[in-house]
Every structure is written in structure tokens, then in C-alpha cells.
Write a protein that binds this ligand. Structure first.
Ligand code: DDH
Length: 286
């Protein structure tokens, strides 16, 4: 147990659980980043529903969304941290987990503030279908991300998170990692996207993705159809080119936009205190 509000103690414990020799590429980091993103990425500005407040993934309606398949691993990784620091909300823990993981994997420091609530009002739960479908194209990507309030450059920047982790046939149906070293945060995703000869491949399960065989690593790397859409779309592509050649710029922009992502639906006063935790979803006081 730590003092309530001692987020640095929580950060330390998250950092020390990232090394997981028996899991994927030896790190819990990438799946923690995806948990932070999927917690937040259901937000809809128009109806003020979804987002990380409420930690709705604890319940079947959101947790059982096929788009969230596999994220139970991330939640299980974080359970000992919750057990030790019982005062932290799941909504805060799941977003902070991604932030700490990115930094520990060599990425930028990202501003993060606590105060999210775990209270859930069913009427404010996001419907399924709010998260992107990798089989689709640029129109779909815009539909999903404009709903959260992101612009084209921000969409490309956020997509750079695919330098981390991998696709799992038993989760999304897609297969493989985007880069050779998927536990190191970098701009490699953009560089490979631009410079390699990606070929369409239909997997045994009928899922279509793009692949490139890396001779040095003796590994087949992959891109989703949505990743390739960033390359073919005239408004997205210049940002792929910029981030491929300017790693510093990518890191700086990513820090800003990821911080915006985990704040979706959270209202704060000037001191940073969350103002919609008490009345969020029906007048709950913790
Ligand atoms: Fe993603 N992502 N993502 N993604 N994502 C997958 C894995 C990871 C899409 C589809 C998939 C973002 C945007 C998109 C991460 C972070 C982020 C997988 C594979 C699919 C499919 C899941 C599996 O089989 O385990 C699509 C489509 C989009 C889009 O349209 C833009 C964003 C914005 C982020 C972010 O973090 C900001 C990470 C990390 C992973 C690796 C997870 C893992 O377990 O490893």
C-alpha cells in the first residue's frame, strides 16, 4: 500500500512488471499500450460517451467486444499493481500503464494526470464498433478518429504506435509484428512502410494483410490494410514521410497526441482536478 495519490510509486511497480520472459517478445509493454488506447479510443465527442472514465472494459459489454480480444492479458499484468495500490482507479491504472510502458520502451515522456473514476453508468457505455477495423481503408479511419476529435496528422502520428507489439491470429486474426524489434519505441514503422516492398497476402484464415520478408531477421513483417491506407492517401502520406525522416518530431508529436487520447472525456479545472468524476454517469461520490 502506498499513500493515495503517490503515482510515482505506481509507476515504479508498472515499470518493474514489464519484463515478462514467457510472453510474446518478452515484454508486457505493447499490450499495455493497446489497453490504454482501447480504454480511451471509444470516446465520442457528440454524445460525450465512451473514453477511459469508468473502466468499462471490466464488464462484458465492452470487455467482450471482439476488438478488445487479448486485452485481458494486459489487465491481468496490472492486477498486482492494483492489489498493492488499492486507492488507484482502474481507469487511471490502465491509462498510466500505457504511458509508463511507452517511456520504458524508449519512447517519449508523456504528460499524464490522475483522477478518473471507475463508476459506470450503463447508459453512457459506448456501443461496440467504436474502435477501428484493420481490414478497412482511409474513410473508415477518418470516421473513427474524427469522432474522437483527431486530425489527419494526429491519426498518422498515433498509428506510429504500431512500431510496438504484434498481431495475434487468435485475437484479431492478423498475424505478425510490424518491425523487427517490437519492444523498442521508434519511428521504424514509418520507415519500413515507405521503403519496403509490401505484398498482399491472404492468410490461411482468410484474413488479408500486407507482408515483407526481412532477410536479415529471417522474419516476415506485416502491415494492416489500414496501415497501408496511410501510404496511399494524399493527406496522410506527407505525415508518414515526415515522421519517417524526423524521429524527434515524431516523438514530440506522439507525446502530445497520446496525452490527448487518454484525456478524452475527462474534464478538469485549472488546478487539474477532474470535475466530471463526481457527477460523471449519475451523481456518484467515491
Ligand atoms: Fe493498433 N492494432 N490499431 N493501434 N495496436 C493492433 C495491435 C496494436 C489497429 C488495429 C490493430 C492504433 C491504431 C490502430 C497498438 C496501438 C495502437 C492489432 C493486433 C490490430 C488488428 C491485435 C492482436 O491481434 O493482438 C487499427 C485498425 C488502427 C487504426 O485504424 C489506426 C493506435 C492509435 C494505437 C496507439 O497506441 C496510439 C499496439 C501497441 C498494438 C500491439 C498489441 C500487442 O499485443 O502487441
Amino acid at each position: 500500500m502506498s499513500t493515495p495519490g503517490d503515482y510515482s510509486a505506481v509507476r515504479k511497480d508498472i515499470a518493474s512488471l514489464l519484463h515478462q520472459p514467457g510472453y510474446d517478445d518478452g515484454s508486457a509493454g505493447p499490450v499495455l499500450v493497446r489497453l490504454a488506447w482501447h480504454s480511451s479510443g471509444t470516446y465520442d465527442y457528440e454524445t460525450d460517451t465512451g473514453g477511459s472514465n469508468g473502466a468499462g472494459m471490466r464488464y462484458e459489454a465492452e470487455g467482450g467486444d471482439p476488438a478488445n480480444a487479448g486485452l485481458q492479458h494486459a489487465r491481468v499484468f496490472l492486477e498486482p499493481v492494483k492489489a498493492k495500490h488499492t486507492w488507484i482507479t482502474y481507469a487511471d491504472l490502465w491509462t498510466l500503464g500505457g504511458i509508463v510502458a511507452i517511456q520504458e520502451m524508449g519512447g517519449p515522456e508523456i504528460e499524464w494526470k490522475g483522477g478518473r473514476t471507475d463508476y459506470v453508468d450503463d447508459s453512457k457505455l459506448p456501443p461496440r464498433g467504436r474502435l477501428p477495423d484493420g481490414a478497412q481503408g482511409a474513410d473508415h479511419i477518418r470516421f473513427i478518429f474524427y469522432r474522437m476529435g483527431f486530425s489527419d496528422p494526429m491519426i498518422v502520428c498515433l498509428s506510429g504506435a504500431h512500431t510496438l507489439g504484434r498481431c495475434h491470429s487468435d485475437r484479431s486474426g492478423f498475424h505478425g509484428a510490424w518491425v523487427n524489434n517490437p519492444t523498442r519505441f521508434s519511428n521504424t514503422y514509418f520507415r519500413l512502410m515507405l521503403t519496403r516492398n509490401w505484398k498482399e497476402k491472404v492468410l490461411d484464415n482468410g484474413v488479408r494483410q500486407f507482408v515483407y520478408y526481412d532477410e536479415d531477421a529471417e522474419e516476415e513483417l506485416m502491415m494492416l490494410p489500414t496501415d497501408m491506407a496511410l501510404l496511399s492517401d494524399p493527406s496522410f502520406r506527407p505525415w508518414v514521410e515526415l515522421y519517417a525522416k524526423d524521429k524527434e518530431r515524431f516523438f514530440a508529436d506522439f507525446a502530445k497526441v497520446f496525452s490527448k487520447l487518454v484525456e478524452l472525456g475527462i474534464e478538469r479545472d485549472e488546478a487539474g482536478k477532474v470535475t466530471n468524476a463526481d457527477n460523471f454517469r449519475g451523481g456518484y461520490h467515491s
